[in-house]
Design a protein around this ligand. Sequence first.
Ligand SMILES: CC(C)(COP(=O)(O)OP(=O)(O)OC[C@H]1O[C@@H](n2cnc3c(N)ncnc32)[C@H](O)[C@@H]1OP(=O)(O)O)[C@@H](O)C(=O)NCCC(=O)NCCS
Length: 188
Amino acid sequence: MRSDYIIRPAAPTDLDRLVALVLALQRHVEMSDPALWRLTEQAQKDLPERLAARLDDAVTRILVAEHRRDGVVGVLVGRVMADERYIPARMGFIEQVFVAEGHRRQGVGVRLVAEICRFFAERGVDDISLRYAVGNEGAVRFWAALGFAPRIVTAGTTRQALAARLGTFIAPNAGSAAETPDVPGKTV
Ligand SMILES: CC(C)(COP(=O)(O)OP(=O)(O)OC[C@H]1O[C@@H](n2cnc3c(N)ncnc32)[C@H](O)[C@@H]1OP(=O)(O)O)[C@@H](O)C(=O)NCCC(=O)NCCS
C-alpha cells in the first residue's frame, strides 16, 4: 500500500542500508550486460565513505523510501550539474535508483522520482537526464513510462572486437600512413 512507504532525504544513519542498495543496483546492472564495466573490490570498500561525503554535498540529494515494516527499501541519487557554456546551464542528473525486489510495482520508484523532481525545481533545473543499460528491461520500461527517451546513445565494443571488424574493412597488409612512409618505388 502506498501509505506503507515514506519518501525522505537520506540521513547518516541510513548509510549501511544505502551501501547495500547501491551494491544491489550495481549487481543488477552488471547482470543485465556482462560486458559493462564492473566495480572493483576497492571501489566497493570505498563506497560507504563516498556515499557519506555525498550526503553532505549541496548539489546532491540522496532520497530513500522507507517501508513501515522492512525499513529502507529504495534509494535514488540525484545531482545538479552546472556548465555555463551550455543552454540550459543547469541540468538534473538521476544517477541511481533502486527499489528492492518485493517492493517493486507499487509506485515507490515514481514517488522517488517525483521527490527528486521537486529538488530539481527548487534549484532551477528544467532538464533531466539519466543513463540506463540497454539490457536492463525493467529500467527501460520504467523510464519510458515516465517519458524519458534516448537522446544521446553511448555505444561500446572491445578493442579486440573493433580490430577484428576493422580487418573486414582494411586489407591485412594495408598499414596506416604512419606505418608505410612514402618510400619511392614501394608498393603498398
Ligand atoms: C526500475 C525500478 C526502480 C522501478 O521501481 P518501481 O518502484 O518498481 O516502479 P513503479 O512501481 O513506480 O513503476 C511505475 C511504472 O513504471 C513501469 N514499470 C516499472 N517497472 C516495470 C517493469 N519491470 N516492467 C514494465 N514496466 C515497468 C510501469 O508502467 C509502472 O506502472 P504500473 O506498475 O502501474 O504498471 C525498479 O524496478 C528497480 O529497482 N529495478 C532494479 C534496478 C534498476 O534497474 N534501476 C534503474 C537503473 S537506471
